[in-house]
Design a protein around this ligand. Structure first.
Ligand code: UD1
Length: 373
């Protein structure tokens, strides 16, 4: 029997690990390759609010994590260091044959470093994505995690080029598709459109979803004032639903601008939505405006126009084939783009290759056949 540990920590991690967990369970049930793989899940506790964490475990039918490290918030160094200290204890006790980390959050690099120092082979899911913007904490996490990972599982072809350019071993790069899309396909069956729209007083195609949480967009007053101006403009054209990230709420209150937002007519500020509700919210929207990474991919799959409020993206396939538009967050440029989309909704050219709901199965099979045989 072999043992694998997967790490979850922050909201976007749960949907990337759930399909891998399901795939290992299914391989074990079918006695695949005569190779039983015990799959443990460690939750670092980087995100801890119910809506940011356990609501996702429930919606994705993940088991309760085998370990919860409870590290919580802090500066980047504090958070990363706390995760490393706690995760090292788990690794020393469990002695896994392989550690899997996903995405680009602080939990990814922290646990990746522990694996590398303990000489445990490391697999990175969603490897090779690059924004080439080192002011983004996630970019540092991506580059460093890939450097110390032995096995690199990629979601799109740009990742292959990036990894090869950085000297990765071609034999250890596996193009498997996108586990986040596996989760979306899994959860789509559970969606009750009417219920969600009625409960939130929304009508299909008659509203816009906005999310904002990047430090560059929410950690300073000028930027929050600028977005207020955009919300005011947009709210005259469409209803807006804005599930507010805890970081953003905190900053709005700190800069004393929260009440101004709350009082805007046609703007519905709500707590972070659970996974199923958020998918429902996106798939019925006229368009989505966001600074998230994952939402660029989810809207591509759903064929819903997306304005990404950033100057770079690590997910270029969503622009080449999809409905994503990268928009420098400046008021006149955003307003111009809003009007473009209201006049004519862009459509996806074609689905990115291998975004078919089977990425988790491919990963589990490669691990069972090529890595841990
Ligand atoms: C993290 C990830 C980011 C990801 C995002 C998704 C890093 C560097 N960033 O950013 O890539 O897109 O998660 O949400 O890992 N907080 C709560 N409750 C929670 C979680 C956080 O109140 O459950 C508060 C914290 O106290 C902190 C702030 O939100 O003040 C930021 O949390 P943190 O995990 O540090 O980073 P995110 O901005 O969420």
């Amino acid at each position: 029997m072999k043992k694998v540990i997967s790490v979850v920590g922050a909201r976007p991690n749960f949907m990337k690990v759930a399909p891998i967990h399901r795939a290992f369970t299914s391989l074990n049930e079918n006695n695949y390759n005569n190779n039983h793989i015990e799959h443990l899940i460690v939750h670092t506790g980087q995100h801890y609010d119910f809506n940011m964490s356990y609501a996702f475990i429930r919606d994705l039918e993940l088991p309760q994590p085998d370990y919860f490290l409870g590290v919580g918030s802090g500066t980047h160094s504090e958070q990363t260091a706390k995760i490393m200290i706690q995760f090292e204890k788990v690794v020393q006790k469990e002695k896994p044959d392989l550690i899997i980390v996903v995405g680009d959050v602080n939990s990814t690099i922290a646990c990746g470093l522990v694996a590398a120092k303990q000489l445990i082979p490391l697999a990175h899911i969603e490897a090779g994505l690059r924004s080439f913007d080192r002011t983004m904490p996630e970019e540092i996490n991506r580059v460093l995690t890939d450097k110390i990972s032995k096995y690199l599982f990629i979601t799109e072809k740009s990742a292959y080029r990036n990894l090869i350019n950085e000297g990765a071993d071609v034999d250890n790069i596996f193009f498997v598709g996108n586990t986040m899309i596996d989760s979306l396909i899994f959860a789509k069956n559970k969606i009750d459109n009417l219920n969600f729209l009625n409960n939130n007083n929304l009508e299909k195609d008659e509203y816009v979803v906005v999310t904002l949480h990047r430090p560059s967009n929410v950690d300073n007053r000028e930027s929050l004032e600028m977005f207020y101006d955009i919300f005011e403009y947009l709210s005259n054209l469409k209803k807006i639903i804005f599930p507010v990230h805890p970081r953003t709420t905190k900053k709005m209150k700190e800069f004393d601008i929260y009440n101004k937002y709350i009082s805007l007519k046609n703007l519905q500020m709500v707590e972070p939505l659970n996974y199923i509700d958020f998918l429902t919210c996106m798939m019925n929207a006229y368009f989505v405006m966001t600074d998230s990474g994952g939402i660029q991919e989810e809207t591509t799959y759903l064929d819903i126009p997306c304005i990404t409020l950033r100057t770079t993206t690590e997910r270029p396939i969503t622009i080449e084939l999809g409905t994503n538009r990268l928009i420098n967050p400046q008021p006149e440029i955003i307003k111009f783009e809003i009007n473009n989309i209201l006049k004519k909704r862009p459509k996806r050219i074609t689905m990115p290759p291998l975004w078919d709901g089977n990425a988790g199965n491919r990963i589990a099979r490669i691990i069972a056949t090529n890595i841990l045989n």
